[in-house]
Ligand binder design. Structure first.
Ligand SMILES: [Zn+2]
Length: 451
C-alpha cells in the first residue's frame, strides 16, 4: 500500500487545466491534474499542494480548457484535394462535376497526401477519432494507402469500406460498381489486416440509396450481424434518396430498411435531412445513430436535419464534417458552431441547440455511435486518454466567460494547443508527432497538383 505522501507515477501528466469532463453529471474541475498510464486516464483530481506526482512527460495546461477529443463520424479523405471544386452546385451536379471525375482517377500518392491532409487538419481542430467513409473502390490498394496514412498521423480511425452495386442511371462511375460479395470480401480482408479493435476499426456499408440494390442491403446486414461489424450509409440527404427507392421498390428508403431489419444500434445513418416525424421516432426506437454534417448540408443546399427532434426522441446524434469537397475543410470546431447556429435560425429559437448540446454530439454522441461509449467521449478515470487542450488566449476567444460557449462560438484552429490520442501527444503547438511538418505537406500537395 502506498504511503499517503508517496509520489504516484504516470506516463503523462496534464496539469492545471479547467477540465470539462462531459460526464453524465456535466462535471467541470478547475486547476485539475489528469494522469495517464498506458493510454488510459488513471488520475483525475483537483491539484493538491501536498500531492506529488512523477511522470515521463508533463504538460503545463494552466489557463487552458481540457475537453474530450472530438469524434468526426463522417468524412471522405480523398476529397481534401478538391476544396472549392464544383462550388455552388447542388448534390448531383456537384458530384458529377468535381468528386466523381477526380475519384475515379485518384492515384496512390494523391490518396496518401489527401489522407495526411485530412488527418492533420482534423488533429489541429481537436479531433482524436476520424471516420473515413471510403468508396473509391476501383483499386483495392487505395484503401490500404488510406489506412497507412491515417495510422501514420496517430489519429484513432475507422475505415468504413462502403460499396455501390448499381447506380449507372445516376452516373455512378462503372469502375466503382461491384457485386456485394466482392465488397464484403474486401471488408473482411481489411478487417483481418488492420482492425485492432482500438486504434483502427473497419466497418462496412452501402454508399448511397441510388447505388444499392435491396440484395446489397440484405447481404451487408447478414454479414455485419454475423461478423459483429458495424455499418454506415448516406441516408435521406436529398429527395433523390426516396425517389429512386420508390421507383425500384415501391417504398421510401427508411421503410425498406426497416422491413429488412437494417435499422439497428450498429447502424450509423449519415445526414438524415429528410426524416419525417415517424422516422425520427423509429430511429430513436431502433437505436440508430445519426451523423449530422451541418456544413455540407448548408453548402449543397440539402436542408436542415431535424436534430432537436431526434434528440428529444432520445436518438443518438453525433457530428461529422463530411468530405472537404463539400465543407470545405475538416474542422470540428466549425462543425459545432454551424450545428448550433443552423437550428437556432431555422427554428427561430435561440434555445433550440446549446453549446453543450453540440459539444456532447462531438464527444459522447460520437463515442456511442462507434459503440465505444465505455472507452471514449468523456474525461473519466478508466477511459482512453483522448484529450484536447484549448487555449483561449487569442483575440477571437478573449474574454472567456463560459468555456463551452467560447469553444463553440469564438474559436478557430489557433485555439487548439495540444491534441492527445490514446495518451500520446499527436499535435502540439503547430508540430505533429508523425514527423511531417505542415509546410512540407503543403509543398508536396502543391507539387502533386501541379504535375
Ligand atoms: Zn459523405
Amino acid at each position: 500500500m502506498l504511503a499517503a505522501n508517496a509520489a504516484r507515477e504516470f506516463d503523462l501528466l496534464v496539469e492545471g487545466a479547467t477540465v470539462v469532463t462531459m460526464d453524465a453529471q456535466d462535471t467541470t474541475i478547475d486547476d485539475c491534474v489528469i494522469g495517464v498510464t498506458n493510454g488510459s486516464i488513471t488520475l483525475l483530481e483537483k491539484r493538491r499542494p501536498d500531492a506529488s506526482y512523477l511522470a515521463n512527460e508533463v504538460i503545463d495546461a494552466r489557463g487552458m480548457v481540457a475537453l474530450p477529443g472530438f469524434v468526426n463520424t463522417h468524412t471522405h479523405c480523398f476529397q481534401s484535394l478538391l476544396k472549392g471544386l464544383g462550388a455552388d452546385l447542388p448534390l448531383i451536379g456537384w458530384l458529377n462535376s468535381s468528386v466523381q471525375p477526380f475519384g475515379v482517377r485518384v492515384t496512390h500518392r494523391q490518396q496518401e497526401l489527401a489522407a495526411l491532409l485530412t488527418c492533420m487538419e482534423a488533429l489541429k481542430s481537436g479531433c482524436t477519432t476520424l471516420c473515413e467513409f471510403f468508396y473509391t473502390n476501383q483499386d483495392p490498394e487505395l484503401a490500404d494507402v488510406c489506412v497507412e496514412a491515417m495510422r501514420r498521423t496517430g489519429i484513432r480511425s475507422v475505415l468504413m469500406r462502403t460499396f455501390q452495386d448499381l447506380g449507372q442511371e445516376y452516373n455512378t462511375p462503372d469502375c466503382y460498381i461491384e457485386p456485394v460479395e466482392t465488397a464484403l470480401a474486401e471488408v473482411e480482408r481489411l478487417g483481418r489486416t488492420y482492425d485492432d479493435g482500438d486504434m483502427l476499426s473497419v466497418w462496412a456499408g452501402p454508399d448511397v440509396t441510388w447505388a444499392t440494390s435491396k440484395r446489397g442491403y440484405e447481404k451487408t446486414l447478414e454479414y455485419c450481424l454475423a461478423a459483429g461489424v458495424r455499418y454506415t450509409m448516406h441516408l435521406k440527404e436529398t429527395p433523390e434518396d426516396d425517389d429512386m427507392c420508390r421507383r425500384y421498390y415501391g417504398t421510401g428508403i427508411v421503410e425498406l430498411l426497416d422491413k429488412i431489419g437494417f435499422l439497428t444500434s450498429k447502424f450509423l445513418a449519415v445526414h438524415c435531412v429528410g426524416l419525417d416525424e415517424h422516422e425520427v421516432e423509429l430511429f430513436a426506437e431502433r437505436g440508430v445513430s445519426v451523423s449530422h454534417n451541418p456544413a455540407t448540408n448548408l453548402y449543397l443546399g440539402s436542408g436542415i436535419a431535424p436534430i432537436p427532434a431526434l434528440l428529444a426522441a432520445g436518438a443518438n446524434v453525433c457530428l461529422g464534417t463530411d468530405g472537404a469537397a463539400s465543407n470545405n475543410a475538416t474542422d470540428m470546431l466549425d462543425a459545432m458552431r454551424l450545428a448550433a447556429l443552423m437550428q437556432k435560425g431555422a427554428l427561430r429559437d435561440a434555445t433550440a441547440m446549446s453549446a453543450r448540446d453540440v459539444v456532447r454530439m462531438a464527444t459522447v454522441g460520437g463515442a456511442k455511435a462507434l459503440g465505444r461509449e465505455g472507452e471514449l467521449g468523456t474525461i473519466e478515470v478508466g477511459k482512453r486518454a483522448d484529450l484536447v487542450l484549448f487555449d483561449p488566449n487569442h483575440l477571437k476567444s478573449t474574454p472567456m466567460h463560459d468555456p463551452l460557449a467560447t469553444v463553440v462560438y469564438s474559436s478557430s484552429l489557433e485555439n487548439i494547443d495540444t491534441t492527445i490520442v490514446n495518451g500520446t501527444v499527436a499535435y502540439r503547438k503547430g508540430r505533429f508527432a508523425c514527423g511531417v511538418e505542415e509546410a512540407e505537406l503543403l509543398e508536396w500537395i502543391r507539387d502533386e497538383l501541379r504535375a
